[in-house]
Design a protein around this ligand. Structure first.
Ligand code: ES4
Ligand code: ZN
Length: 326
Protein backbone atom coordinates (compact mmCIF):
# COMPACT_ATOMS: atom_id res chain seq x y z
CA UNK A 1 0.00 0.00 0.00
CA UNK A 2 3.03 2.28 0.45
CA UNK A 3 4.48 1.84 -3.01
CA UNK A 4 1.42 3.18 -4.92
CA UNK A 5 1.41 6.21 -2.62
CA UNK A 6 5.11 6.81 -3.33
CA UNK A 7 4.56 6.43 -7.09
CA UNK A 8 1.65 8.85 -7.05
CA UNK A 9 3.19 11.59 -4.93
CA UNK A 10 6.90 11.66 -5.79
CA UNK A 11 7.88 14.73 -7.82
CA UNK A 12 8.54 13.72 -11.42
CA UNK A 13 9.06 15.06 -14.92
CA UNK A 14 7.06 13.94 -17.93
CA UNK A 15 9.30 14.10 -21.00
CA UNK A 16 7.39 12.15 -23.63
CA UNK A 17 3.81 13.13 -24.29
CA UNK A 18 2.12 14.40 -27.44
CA UNK A 19 -0.27 17.16 -26.53
CA UNK A 20 -2.65 16.12 -29.34
CA UNK A 21 -2.67 12.70 -27.64
CA UNK A 22 -4.16 14.22 -24.47
CA UNK A 23 -7.45 15.08 -26.23
CA UNK A 24 -10.10 13.10 -24.36
CA UNK A 25 -13.13 11.95 -26.39
CA UNK A 26 -15.35 14.34 -24.40
CA UNK A 27 -13.17 17.31 -25.35
CA UNK A 28 -12.98 16.12 -28.98
CA UNK A 29 -16.79 16.20 -29.14
CA UNK A 30 -17.05 19.53 -27.29
CA UNK A 31 -14.56 21.15 -29.70
CA UNK A 32 -16.28 19.57 -32.73
CA UNK A 33 -19.53 21.14 -31.55
CA UNK A 34 -17.92 24.52 -30.82
CA UNK A 35 -16.22 24.60 -34.23
CA UNK A 36 -18.92 23.01 -36.38
CA UNK A 37 -16.68 20.08 -37.32
CA UNK A 38 -18.39 16.82 -38.27
CA UNK A 39 -16.78 13.68 -36.85
CA UNK A 40 -17.03 10.20 -38.39
CA UNK A 41 -18.28 8.95 -34.98
CA UNK A 42 -21.80 9.35 -33.57
CA UNK A 43 -20.91 9.59 -29.90
CA UNK A 44 -18.18 9.76 -27.30
CA UNK A 45 -18.82 6.07 -26.72
CA UNK A 46 -18.48 5.20 -30.43
CA UNK A 47 -15.20 7.10 -30.62
CA UNK A 48 -13.82 5.45 -27.51
CA UNK A 49 -14.71 2.01 -28.81
CA UNK A 50 -12.58 2.70 -31.90
CA UNK A 51 -9.52 2.77 -29.59
CA UNK A 52 -8.53 -0.83 -30.30
CA UNK A 53 -5.08 -0.66 -31.82
CA UNK A 54 -2.94 -3.34 -33.40
CA UNK A 55 0.17 -1.29 -34.11
CA UNK A 56 1.46 2.30 -34.33
CA UNK A 57 -0.20 3.09 -37.68
CA UNK A 58 -3.65 1.92 -36.55
CA UNK A 59 -3.34 4.40 -33.67
CA UNK A 60 -1.99 7.29 -35.75
CA UNK A 61 -4.97 7.15 -38.13
CA UNK A 62 -7.39 7.79 -35.23
CA UNK A 63 -5.08 10.28 -33.52
CA UNK A 64 -4.92 12.51 -36.62
CA UNK A 65 -8.73 12.28 -36.98
CA UNK A 66 -9.15 13.44 -33.36
CA UNK A 67 -6.83 16.40 -33.91
CA UNK A 68 -9.05 17.65 -36.75
CA UNK A 69 -11.32 19.48 -34.28
CA UNK A 70 -8.49 21.90 -33.31
CA UNK A 71 -8.93 25.14 -35.24
CA UNK A 72 -8.47 28.20 -33.02
CA UNK A 73 -5.85 29.40 -30.55
CA UNK A 74 -8.32 28.84 -27.71
CA UNK A 75 -8.71 25.18 -28.72
CA UNK A 76 -4.96 24.57 -28.38
CA UNK A 77 -4.97 26.49 -25.10
CA UNK A 78 -7.90 24.51 -23.66
CA UNK A 79 -6.34 21.19 -24.67
CA UNK A 80 -3.00 22.01 -23.06
CA UNK A 81 -4.55 23.45 -19.89
CA UNK A 82 -6.60 20.27 -19.42
CA UNK A 83 -3.43 18.16 -19.70
CA UNK A 84 -1.29 20.40 -17.48
CA UNK A 85 -3.91 20.47 -14.71
CA UNK A 86 -4.04 16.67 -14.84
CA UNK A 87 -0.24 16.41 -14.87
CA UNK A 88 0.11 18.73 -11.88
CA UNK A 89 -2.34 16.48 -9.99
CA UNK A 90 0.07 13.59 -10.72
CA UNK A 91 2.90 15.58 -9.05
CA UNK A 92 4.54 16.33 -12.39
CA UNK A 93 6.75 19.35 -11.63
CA UNK A 94 8.13 19.58 -15.17
CA UNK A 95 6.38 18.67 -18.44
CA UNK A 96 7.92 18.79 -21.91
CA UNK A 97 5.14 18.59 -24.50
CA UNK A 98 5.49 17.46 -28.08
CA UNK A 99 3.33 19.17 -30.65
CA UNK A 100 2.93 18.31 -34.34
CA UNK A 101 2.49 21.58 -36.29
CA UNK A 102 2.21 19.79 -39.64
CA UNK A 103 -0.94 17.99 -38.47
CA UNK A 104 -2.53 21.42 -38.23
CA UNK A 105 -0.87 23.50 -40.96
CA UNK A 106 -1.83 20.79 -43.50
CA UNK A 107 -5.48 21.56 -42.56
CA UNK A 108 -4.97 25.29 -43.03
CA UNK A 109 -4.44 26.23 -39.37
CA UNK A 110 -1.68 28.87 -39.17
CA UNK A 111 1.35 27.76 -37.18
CA UNK A 112 1.17 30.80 -34.91
CA UNK A 113 -2.33 29.76 -33.80
CA UNK A 114 -0.88 26.42 -32.67
CA UNK A 115 2.26 27.76 -31.01
CA UNK A 116 0.73 30.78 -29.28
CA UNK A 117 -2.20 28.80 -27.85
CA UNK A 118 0.06 26.09 -26.43
CA UNK A 119 2.63 28.58 -25.16
CA UNK A 120 0.02 30.65 -23.33
CA UNK A 121 -1.19 27.48 -21.60
CA UNK A 122 2.37 26.61 -20.49
CA UNK A 123 2.71 30.09 -19.02
CA UNK A 124 -0.69 30.13 -17.28
CA UNK A 125 -0.23 26.59 -15.91
CA UNK A 126 2.99 27.63 -14.21
CA UNK A 127 1.21 30.56 -12.59
CA UNK A 128 -1.85 28.52 -11.59
CA UNK A 129 -0.44 25.13 -10.54
CA UNK A 130 3.31 25.73 -10.22
CA UNK A 131 4.14 23.25 -12.99
CA UNK A 132 7.08 24.09 -15.27
CA UNK A 133 6.14 23.39 -18.89
CA UNK A 134 7.94 23.67 -22.23
CA UNK A 135 7.25 22.77 -25.87
CA UNK A 136 9.10 20.51 -28.32
CA UNK A 137 8.20 20.94 -32.00
CA UNK A 138 8.05 17.55 -33.71
CA UNK A 139 8.44 16.84 -37.40
CA UNK A 140 6.22 14.17 -38.93
CA UNK A 141 8.63 11.58 -40.31
CA UNK A 142 6.16 10.19 -42.87
CA UNK A 143 6.45 13.59 -44.61
CA UNK A 144 9.57 14.79 -46.45
CA UNK A 145 12.64 16.49 -45.06
CA UNK A 146 11.76 19.44 -47.28
CA UNK A 147 8.40 19.73 -45.49
CA UNK A 148 10.28 19.67 -42.16
CA UNK A 149 12.52 22.52 -43.37
CA UNK A 150 9.43 24.53 -44.37
CA UNK A 151 7.85 23.92 -40.97
CA UNK A 152 11.03 25.03 -39.23
CA UNK A 153 11.16 28.24 -41.28
CA UNK A 154 7.52 29.01 -40.49
CA UNK A 155 8.10 28.39 -36.77
CA UNK A 156 11.30 30.41 -36.40
CA UNK A 157 9.56 33.76 -35.78
CA UNK A 158 8.12 32.01 -32.67
CA UNK A 159 11.36 30.29 -31.62
CA UNK A 160 11.20 31.79 -28.12
CA UNK A 161 8.12 29.63 -27.50
CA UNK A 162 9.73 26.17 -27.92
CA UNK A 163 12.93 24.65 -26.59
CA UNK A 164 13.52 21.63 -28.76
CA UNK A 165 12.88 19.58 -31.87
CA UNK A 166 11.54 16.03 -32.06
CA UNK A 167 10.67 13.42 -34.68
CA UNK A 168 7.51 11.31 -34.52
CA UNK A 169 4.80 9.50 -36.51
CA UNK A 170 5.32 6.32 -38.59
CA UNK A 171 8.75 4.93 -37.73
CA UNK A 172 9.16 1.91 -40.01
CA UNK A 173 10.44 2.96 -43.43
CA UNK A 174 11.25 6.49 -42.19
CA UNK A 175 14.71 6.18 -40.59
CA UNK A 176 16.28 9.10 -38.71
CA UNK A 177 18.88 9.76 -41.41
CA UNK A 178 16.06 11.02 -43.65
CA UNK A 179 16.14 14.14 -41.42
CA UNK A 180 19.89 14.51 -40.92
CA UNK A 181 20.18 17.92 -42.62
CA UNK A 182 17.22 19.56 -40.93
CA UNK A 183 18.36 18.30 -37.51
CA UNK A 184 21.86 19.70 -38.16
CA UNK A 185 20.23 23.06 -38.86
CA UNK A 186 18.15 22.84 -35.67
CA UNK A 187 21.27 22.02 -33.66
CA UNK A 188 23.06 25.04 -35.13
CA UNK A 189 20.06 27.15 -34.09
CA UNK A 190 20.56 25.99 -30.50
CA UNK A 191 17.52 23.76 -30.04
CA UNK A 192 17.51 20.64 -27.91
CA UNK A 193 17.16 17.53 -30.07
CA UNK A 194 15.22 14.31 -29.46
CA UNK A 195 13.74 11.64 -31.74
CA UNK A 196 11.43 8.64 -31.54
CA UNK A 197 13.54 5.57 -32.31
CA UNK A 198 13.30 1.89 -31.46
CA UNK A 199 9.57 1.90 -30.72
CA UNK A 200 8.68 -0.47 -33.58
CA UNK A 201 11.87 0.17 -35.53
CA UNK A 202 15.18 -1.72 -35.21
CA UNK A 203 18.24 -0.86 -33.08
CA UNK A 204 19.81 0.55 -36.28
CA UNK A 205 17.33 3.44 -36.04
CA UNK A 206 18.48 4.19 -32.50
CA UNK A 207 22.08 4.22 -33.72
CA UNK A 208 21.21 6.69 -36.45
CA UNK A 209 19.23 8.92 -34.08
CA UNK A 210 22.40 9.10 -31.96
CA UNK A 211 24.98 9.38 -34.72
CA UNK A 212 23.20 11.08 -37.63
CA UNK A 213 20.78 13.30 -35.69
CA UNK A 214 22.89 13.87 -32.55
CA UNK A 215 19.90 13.66 -30.25
CA UNK A 216 20.08 14.23 -26.49
CA UNK A 217 17.32 11.73 -25.64
CA UNK A 218 15.78 8.70 -27.35
CA UNK A 219 11.98 8.53 -27.28
CA UNK A 220 10.93 4.91 -26.61
CA UNK A 221 14.18 3.08 -27.50
CA UNK A 222 12.86 -0.19 -26.09
CA UNK A 223 14.09 -2.19 -29.11
CA UNK A 224 17.69 -1.31 -28.10
CA UNK A 225 17.74 -4.43 -25.98
CA UNK A 226 18.28 -6.48 -29.15
CA UNK A 227 21.78 -4.94 -29.64
CA UNK A 228 24.42 -5.53 -26.95
CA UNK A 229 26.79 -2.84 -28.25
CA UNK A 230 23.98 -0.29 -28.38
CA UNK A 231 23.03 -1.11 -24.79
CA UNK A 232 26.64 -0.45 -23.76
CA UNK A 233 26.70 2.87 -25.62
CA UNK A 234 23.40 3.98 -24.01
CA UNK A 235 24.56 2.98 -20.52
CA UNK A 236 28.03 4.56 -20.84
CA UNK A 237 26.65 7.89 -22.06
CA UNK A 238 23.65 7.86 -19.66
CA UNK A 239 21.50 8.58 -22.71
CA UNK A 240 17.91 9.07 -21.49
CA UNK A 241 15.23 6.74 -22.87
CA UNK A 242 11.68 8.08 -22.51
CA UNK A 243 9.75 4.84 -22.14
CA UNK A 244 5.94 4.68 -22.31
CA UNK A 245 4.65 1.40 -20.84
CA UNK A 246 0.91 1.72 -21.52
CA UNK A 247 1.61 2.95 -25.06
CA UNK A 248 3.80 -0.09 -25.69
CA UNK A 249 1.07 -2.34 -24.35
CA UNK A 250 -1.77 -0.76 -26.35
CA UNK A 251 0.24 -0.69 -29.61
CA UNK A 252 1.26 -4.32 -29.08
CA UNK A 253 4.99 -3.64 -28.70
CA UNK A 254 4.71 -5.49 -25.36
CA UNK A 255 1.14 -6.85 -25.41
CA UNK A 256 1.57 -8.12 -21.85
CA UNK A 257 2.89 -5.48 -19.44
CA UNK A 258 4.42 -8.27 -17.35
CA UNK A 259 6.83 -8.84 -20.25
CA UNK A 260 7.85 -5.17 -20.54
CA UNK A 261 11.63 -4.74 -20.58
CA UNK A 262 11.72 -1.56 -18.48
CA UNK A 263 13.06 -3.42 -15.40
CA UNK A 264 15.81 -4.99 -17.50
CA UNK A 265 16.76 -1.68 -19.16
CA UNK A 266 17.00 -0.09 -15.72
CA UNK A 267 19.04 -2.98 -14.31
CA UNK A 268 21.43 -2.67 -17.27
CA UNK A 269 22.23 0.86 -16.10
CA UNK A 270 20.24 2.76 -18.72
CA UNK A 271 18.80 6.18 -17.93
CA UNK A 272 15.16 5.13 -18.24
CA UNK A 273 12.15 7.38 -17.59
CA UNK A 274 8.39 6.66 -17.45
CA UNK A 275 5.94 8.66 -19.58
CA UNK A 276 2.38 8.56 -20.92
CA UNK A 277 2.91 9.24 -24.69
CA UNK A 278 -0.78 9.75 -25.63
CA UNK A 279 -2.64 9.53 -22.31
CA UNK A 280 -6.18 9.97 -23.70
CA UNK A 281 -5.67 7.06 -26.12
CA UNK A 282 -3.58 4.58 -24.14
CA UNK A 283 -5.58 4.30 -20.94
CA UNK A 284 -3.76 6.51 -18.51
CA UNK A 285 -1.74 9.53 -17.46
CA UNK A 286 1.80 9.33 -16.13
CA UNK A 287 0.93 7.99 -12.67
CA UNK A 288 -1.18 5.24 -14.26
CA UNK A 289 1.93 4.29 -16.24
CA UNK A 290 4.04 4.07 -13.08
CA UNK A 291 1.35 2.20 -11.11
CA UNK A 292 0.60 -0.36 -13.81
CA UNK A 293 4.17 -1.14 -14.85
CA UNK A 294 5.22 -1.51 -11.20
CA UNK A 295 2.26 -3.77 -10.42
CA UNK A 296 2.93 -5.90 -13.50
CA UNK A 297 6.70 -6.31 -13.12
CA UNK A 298 7.17 -6.26 -9.36
CA UNK A 299 9.61 -3.36 -9.19
CA UNK A 300 10.01 -1.65 -5.80
CA UNK A 301 10.75 1.64 -4.08
CA UNK A 302 14.40 1.76 -5.16
CA UNK A 303 13.36 1.68 -8.81
CA UNK A 304 10.66 4.26 -8.16
CA UNK A 305 13.15 6.76 -6.76
CA UNK A 306 15.59 6.00 -9.58
CA UNK A 307 12.97 6.56 -12.29
CA UNK A 308 11.76 9.83 -10.78
CA UNK A 309 15.32 11.14 -10.37
CA UNK A 310 16.15 10.06 -13.94
CA UNK A 311 13.16 12.02 -15.25
CA UNK A 312 14.14 15.24 -13.49
CA UNK A 313 17.78 14.94 -14.56
CA UNK A 314 16.89 14.06 -18.17
CA UNK A 315 14.69 17.13 -18.47
CA UNK A 316 15.84 20.24 -20.29
CA UNK A 317 15.17 22.40 -17.23
CA UNK A 318 18.17 24.37 -16.01
CA UNK A 319 20.56 22.59 -13.59
CA UNK A 320 19.57 25.10 -10.89
CA UNK A 321 15.89 24.27 -11.40
CA UNK A 322 16.66 20.52 -11.39
CA UNK A 323 18.59 20.85 -8.12
CA UNK A 324 15.52 22.37 -6.50
CA UNK A 325 13.44 19.31 -7.48
CA UNK A 326 15.86 16.42 -6.82
C1 ES4 B 1 3.11 8.63 -31.29
CL1 ES4 B 1 3.23 6.38 -29.83
C2 ES4 B 1 3.78 7.44 -31.09
N1 ES4 B 1 4.78 7.05 -31.89
C3 ES4 B 1 5.14 7.87 -32.87
N2 ES4 B 1 4.55 9.04 -33.12
C4 ES4 B 1 3.54 9.41 -32.33
N3 ES4 B 1 2.77 10.52 -32.32
C5 ES4 B 1 1.91 10.43 -31.32
N4 ES4 B 1 2.09 9.27 -30.67
ZN1 ZN C 1 5.57 9.33 -28.67
Amino acid sequence: AQLPQLLRTMPKAELHMHIEGSLEPELIFALAQRNGVTLPYDSVQALRSAYAFTDLQSFLDIYYAGASVLLHEQDFYDMAMAYLERAAADHVVRAELFFDPQTHTERGVPIEVVILGLSRACHDAQARWGISAALILSFLRHLSEEAAFETLEAALPYRAHFIGIGLDSSELGNPPEKFERVFARCKALGFHLVAHAGEEGPPAYVWSALNALQVERIDHGVQSEKDVELMQRLAQTRMPLTVCPLSNQKLCVFPDLREHNLPRLLAAGLNVTVNSDDPAYFGGYVNDNYLQVFAATGMGAAQAYQLARNSLEASFASPAQQAAWV
